[in-house]
Write a protein that binds this ligand. Structure first.
Ligand code: ADP
Ligand code: ADP
Length: 226
């Protein structure tokens, strides 16, 4: 059974623009799904609908056994990492990572364990007392990932997480993300317009064009096709 399923999903924005047309995809547990395609093809729109940040115009989104079209983002067992990090500037790295758990009234000892565990995984243990402005772009992105990891989401959404980084850091972070996927054993859905990221990270790649799915296949098969 699919862990996450999108059936005949459409998105029409209030101005009448049809951003996504008849999107169909079944995602199995632990897959690393990539949405790839040129700017404006609808990648973020699909991701945001999965996260619950954008209404679904038509079709059915199922996560586990639950139809999630009308489920609040916070009740979806999903975490999202954005391109611009969206860290709280007045909080330390530790507080940024702990924040969601604190809001959820998780015991502070457990919060402490989870934050340190995630920080270790991402190699940012030495940065816990810093504020975001004292971090490099790559470090900020790690903190943003750490903040998502501590919540143990079943599905991990990433929207162009590396596009603000320079080429060298992008290569480094690709390795970090790949290891993270293996270690966490959760499902990743990852938006990029970068072919290399798509081919090296994905277990399956969804190619979008003007809101329509062109191809869905493994990197291997896509590479071998003309
Ligand atoms: P991508 O992530 O592939 O770059 P998006 O999903 O962000 O593409 O956008 C898909 C299309 O929908 C684009 O043409 C974009 O301009 C349009 N779009 C995005 N948000 C809105 C909105 N709120 N209202 C109208 N059109 C939008
Ligand atoms: P509260 O404000 O609710 O009292 P804190 O955020 O001050 O809680 O701290 C909660 C727990 O997290 C404490 O066990 C504290 O020692 C630990 N902690 C806070 N900041 C750090 C940090 N930078 N590095 C390691 N542990 C920290």
């Amino acid at each position: 059974m699919a862990q996450l399923s999108l059936e005949h999903i459409y998105k029409t924005y209030p101005n009448g623009f049809e951003a996504v047309k008849d999107f169909n995809l079944d995602i199995k547990d632990k897959e690393f799904i990539i949405f790839v395609g040129p700017s404006g093809c609808g990648k973020s729109t699909v991701l945001r609908m999965i996260a619950g940040l954008e209404d679904i115009t038509d079709g059915t989104l199922t996560i586990g056994d639950t139809i999630c079209n009308d489920v609040e983002p916070k009740d979806r067992d999903i975490a999202m990492v954005f391109q611009n990090y969206a860290l709280y500037p007045h909080m330390t790295v530790y507080e940024n990572m702990a924040f969601a758990l604190k809001i959820a009234k998780v015991d502070s000892k457990i919060i402490d364990e989870k934050v340190h565990e995630a920080a270790k995984m991402l190699d940012i243990e030495k940065l816990l007392d810093r504020k975001p402005k004292a971090l490099s772009g790559g470090q900020r992105q790690r903190v943003a990932m750490g903040r998502a990891i501590v919540r143990n989401p079943k599905v991990f959404l990433m929207d162009e997480p590396l596009s603000n980084l320079d080429a060298k850091l992008r290569v480094q972070m690709r390795v970090v993300i790949s290891k993270l996927h293996q270690k966490l054993g959760t499902t990743f859905i990852y938006v990029t317009h970068d072919q290399t990221e798509a081919m090296t990270l994905g277990t399956r790649i969804v190619v979008l064009k003007e809101g329509v799915v062109q191809q869905i296949d493994t990197p291997q098969n896509l590479y071998n096709k003309p």
